[in-house]
Design a protein around this ligand. Sequence first.
Ligand SMILES: Cc1ncc(COP(=O)(O)O)c(C=O)c1O
Length: 393
Amino acid sequence: MAISKKIEGFISQSSWIRKMFEDGIRLKKEYGAKNVFDFSLGNPNVGPPERFKELLVEVAREDVPGIHGYMPNAGLEDTRSAVAEYLCKEHSVNLSWEHIIMTCGAGGALNVALKTLLDPGDEVIIPTPFFVEYKFYVDNHGGVSKLVETNEDFSLDFDAMSSAITEKTKVILINSPNNPTGKVYNERSIQNLGSLLEKKSKEFGKEIYLISDEPYSTIVYDGIKVPSVFQAYKNSIIATSYSKSMSIPGERIGYLALNPDMADIEILTSGMILCNRIIGFVNAPAFMQRVIGKMQGITVDVETYKRKRDLLCEGLSFLGYQFEKPGGAFYLFPKTPIENDVEFVSCLQKKNILTVPGRGFGKSGHIRIAYCVDDSTIINAMEGFGDVMKKYR
Ligand SMILES: Cc1ncc(COP(=O)(O)O)c(C=O)c1O
């Protein structure tokens, strides 16, 4: 076998989204793209803000020597300062540019943080359902993922979290607004989590780190605001990107922000800067750093996603689907009327509707619907969603 046994196993584990992607290509060829309702990928279909397009041109015209050269591995000081200034306002903390490390997206940020923190065998606690890549990221750096169920409404289950934390726990990895559920943890949950981690750190006589993966933090509805982990727990790190907030996932730009009150902040920052380099990212894309440095606080049109969420929720609710209404991101995670989510997904596929089985995210009996698609895709898929639901009710 040319590839390692481990990667061979990973290929089969990660096959759900890949399978849907490949099936989508096949179906689109067979039936024409407009007759296939593809809800399988979280690839934003709302365009980037206008200012982004203007800045692409403005920044390209800037005549700065070395503009395309290597730079400090943590990124450009101006960009880091702009991000820090934005976060100071958002989180009411006293953060400086030195607490920011520019990264290749949120995926890059998470890998850098995990590589810096984990020794082989260290445990990372992940509430389920979870973003599919987490288990791979943790494994990349010798860690062990420990999955912890959430409550029925996908809020954090503190009893389950409390029993899962042991002397081996190094990191708690949360994601809110959540992919695949759209759940936004409320202020009280984040405060409770902070208190639990403080208690457990004391109990085990070690620092436990909270990594909050927040690429959807600006895509929230109904007046919801994502609570600040910095306010709740000192050993907290934000990993995020502009992939979804500015609809630019292909540009690979994001950052890590470290809570200024964190224990050992200097060594942690140095570790993360080194890891950004030695994982092979070297630094986040130079051009994008210049652009996003000038775009703090600007986000995609969230109202458009809200309209899609409402269209989907109203339609599916009418057809008898059961779900928690998402407070953010652009995913819906309804229950399937049968336990076998794969069978349900296959039935939807026969109606040219592509979704992903919940088991791909660590929770069977559900499907993930990514509603970052045209309104017409949502509207035209309703008949098929209805037919399949009727079959099982
Ligand atoms: C929860 C979550 N975290 C991280 C990522 C990776 O984001 P990026 O493309 O910025 O690396 C995604 C992408 O879909 C995501 O949904």
